[in-house]
Structures are given as C-alpha cells and as structure tokens.
Design a protein around this ligand. Structure first.
Ligand code: BTN
Length: 243
C-alpha cells in the first residue's frame, strides 16, 4: 500500500514497550527514517498515560509506535496524539463503527475505550505509541470500560493488514498536523467530540476541575468555563462526564 508518509513497519516478536524500544534506539544514535514503525506481537510492559500500564494479550491487539522526525515545539506534542486518535477513529469508521474522541486522545466506541495513545518527545523527534484493542473477546479484566473491534463488530481482524490500513489514515492525519499543528486537524477533532458545551470534570492527580467544555485552544489544550465564569486551560488529565 502507498503511504503518503513513507512508513516502514518492523514487526518484533516481543518487546517490553514499543515506545521505550524506539526511544532507546534513537537515544543510542540509531538513524531512523521518519515514519519508522515498531510493532510488537507481544508487549510485556506496555505503558499508558499518567504512568499507567497498558495490557494487551499476545497476537490479540495492535501495539505499535511510530517515529516522526520533527523539530516541532513541545506544545505541539499533545496534538500529535490527537492526530493519531483521529486516524484510529477514521479506521473504525471505515470498518462500520461510530467512534467518538475523548480528550486528550482516547478513541471510544459505544462509550467504551477501544484505543489509547501515548506521544513522547524522543531524540530527533517524537514517538507516538498506539494501542488498539482488536481481537480481544472480553474486556472485563481492564480497569476502565473498554471494548475491542471484535466485541463491537463480531469479527476478528488480521493485525498486520489492519496496521497497513491504519497507516493510510495515519499518514493523512499526520501530514495535516505537520503542516499546521492542531490547526490542521481541529475540524477532524471537533467533529468527533460528543460533549462540546456540556458539563465535564477533569482530574489530574489530586486536582479536579469542573465546568463546561468550551472547546480547544491553539495547541489542543482543553478550554473549560468554570462556574464562577472564569475560562481556564487544561493541558493534562482525565476527562469525565457526569451521567
Ligand atoms: C493510554 O491510553 O493510557 C495510552 C496507551 C498507549 C499504549 C501504547 S501500546 C504501544 C505503545 N507502547 C507503549 O508502551 N505504550 C503505547
């Protein structure tokens, strides 16, 4: 398949974490092309946001990381993972599902998480790690409401072909991001956000903010209107919506 971004996919049998593997190779001087993808059949110490673990059974879900060579400013990092979330959502749509996006970068189907993304600064650029639940038959062992392509569609999927297809969407979303940062993907992002204008809570460690989700700032940071009328910007945390 022709990818606009020249992705080169390297599959590994087992890695602790595809993000860590890519970052370590870059740190030790490896010269990797922009678009290098490291995918693992099994990840033993998958890392999630906020120091959490990411669980994925062997040959069941997609776990991979992509290196983008860039000198973008650090404020652009959050929107890189938003671009990746958009690509995953587009893949879900191509498979007949109706995903939504949850700030900062979760992809949800029927209110449950199907994909998580962890973007990190690396030597010479950024690493975007994507976990996508594919052939997981049951999600009850995950510590938050989760789902998979199999649970939602009743079908199993070939992981290598699915990654190839995802690369098409990823290439287009990342090219928009490279051209203009969050501005390049704002419309694709906002059109899949279900709770604009609604009351939300964001928790980050010990701090909790409650208010109305007004939208997103220049870099994809969340803009919240507090009850006292103040508008605040939030760069990290977990978003919750009261039922
Ligand atoms: C999250 O939702 O907390 C982010 C999860 C990111 C998981 C992926 S799986 C591939 C890559 N390697 C890792 O160790 N983490 C990311």
């Amino acid at each position: 398949m022709q990818h606009p971004m020249n992705f080169q996919i390297q599959w590994h049998d087992q890695l602790a974490s595809t993000n860590t593997h890519l970052k370590d190779r870059l740190d030790s001087g490896a010269v990797l092309g922009s678009g290098t993808i490291i995918a693992a059949h099994e990840q033993t110490q998958g890392r999630g946001r906020q120091g959490r673990h990411w669980l994925a059974a062997r040959d069941t879900n997609l776990t991979f990381s992509v290196f983008i060579r860039t000198e973008c400013p650090p404020e652009w990092l959050p929107s890189a993972s938003m671009a990746a979330a958009i690509a995953v959502a587009e893949l879900m749509e191509a498979r007949g599902l109706n995903p939504t996006l949850k700030w900062p970068n979760d992809v949800m189907v029927n209110g449950r998480k199907i994909s998580g993304i962890l973007a990190e600064i690396a030597t010479g650029g950024i690493v975007i790690g994507i976990g996508l639940n594919v052939n997981m038959p049951d999600a009850s062992h995950i510590d938050q409401p989760a789902t998979s392509l199999l649970i939602e569609s009743g079908q199993t999927h070939n992981l290598e072909r699915l990654l190839e297809q995802l690369c098409g969407f990823l290439g287009r979303a990342l090219e928009k991001w490279i051209a203009a940062g969050f501005g390049g993907i704002r419309r694709d992002w906002e059109s899949r956000i279900p709770n604009l204008g609604q009351r939300v809570t964001v928790r980050d460690g010990d701090s909790t903010s409650r208010g109305t989700l007004e939208g997103f700032g220049e870099y994809g940071e969340l803009r919240m209107r507090l009850d006292d009328g103040r508008l605040i910007q939030i760069w990290a945390g977990d978003l919750h919506q009261p039922r």
